[in-house]
Design a protein around this ligand. Structure first.
Ligand SMILES: C[S@@+](CC[C@H](N)C(=O)[O-])C[C@H]1O[C@@H](n2cnc3c(N)ncnc32)[C@H](O)[C@@H]1O
Length: 272
């Protein structure tokens, strides 16, 4: 179960998240704040951060639940967890577990489950969320952010369409395949959560600016290494790749000086 995603997050994708950890955390801050606010954290709570990656929201949650609370970050990516542990070495109320969140069971049920972009990678999301609901106290909170569709996410769509002017389009993904945009359809998300036994499901659109870089070179580097354009470039041959990168540069240059495009997410909250 989830083998392909686990391999990906322990390979080049996980390594890149570690490489760009500080930059990504700065750019994803607003999205994480939405997820944290939805979790309604209070001192003393136990919290599970699903797909915690390098631990940014885990640490933010820990400061909100205070010394009497405990936040556990669960993730399948060894390199990202190593970074998370390094960052939290002196923080007493944080712990990290290498496990598949779709089957992981905490010692005691938690007060809240939280995630910033860590819940779209399950092969069987219905079973995964049923497990997460069981891991939560009755009435406890679920709060996460996930990307809306690619075509309402210019931060991803603009770089992708630039490189696809040179590269062949990627093969169409099977419907509902796991991946960053797997939860784009709000009706599907509602169905998964209600099917897993959650109640009071609220799905709200949220928009934040997504800074691609501080210069055109920086923006091209980020867009060519992270997100859907990076995926298309990974398979490009030596002849097409420089042409696709040049197309990316020409497309992003007019965004100076901010190099910022919108990111659109669903902020999803529910009760176990
Ligand atoms: C897009 S990253 C987000 C990381 C982090 N939440 C952040 O916002 O910086 C997705 C994370 O989900 C993790 N992940 C994917 N499948 C998982 C699974 N089945 N169980 C736990 N974590 C998983 C990945 O390893 C990765 O760290």
């Amino acid at each position: 179960m989830n083998d392909a995603e686990i391999e990906l997050w322990n390979g080049v994708v996980g390594d890149r998240w570690v490489l760009y950890q500080e930059t990504l955390d700065a750019r994803l801050l607003g999205f994480g704040e939405d997820a944290l606010a939805g979790a309604e954290l209070a001192p003393g709570m136990r919290v599970l951060d699903v797909g915690c990656g390098c631990g940014d929201t885990t640490l933010s949650a820990a400061s909100r639940v205070g010394p009497d609370g405990l936040v556990t970050g669960v993730d399948v990516s060894r390199p990202m967890l190593a970074r998370a542990k390094q960052r939290s070495a002196s923080v007493a109320n944080v712990t990290f577990v290498e496990a598949d969140a779709s089957t992981y069971t905490p010692d005691v049920p938690v007060d809240a489950v939280l995630s910033r972009f860590g819940v779209m990678f399950f092969e069987n999301p219905g079973a995964a969320f049923a497990n997460l609901r069981t891991a939560t106290k009755p009435g406890g909170r679920l709060s996460f952010v996930c990307w809306r569709a690619l075509d309402v996410n210019p931060w991803a769509a603009v770089p992708l369409s630039a490189v696809l002017r040179v590269l062949p389009p990627p093969p169409p993904a099977p419907p509902n395949a796991s991946g960053p945009f797997a939860f784009a359809d709000e009706r599907r998300v509602r169905g998964i959560l209600e099917g897993a036994g959650y109640r009071d499901v609220v799905i709200e659109p949220r928009t934040h600016p997504f800074v691609l870089g501080s210069s055109v070179e920086d923006a091209v580097e980020m867009a060519s290494r992270m997100g859907p354009a990076a995926r298309a470039l990974r398979d490009a041959d030596d002849e097409a790749r420089p042409r696709a990168l040049e197309m990316l540069r020409q497309t992003l240059a007019p965004l100076a000086p901010s190099f910022t495009l919108d990111g659109n997410v669903w902020r999803v909250t529910a009760r176990a």
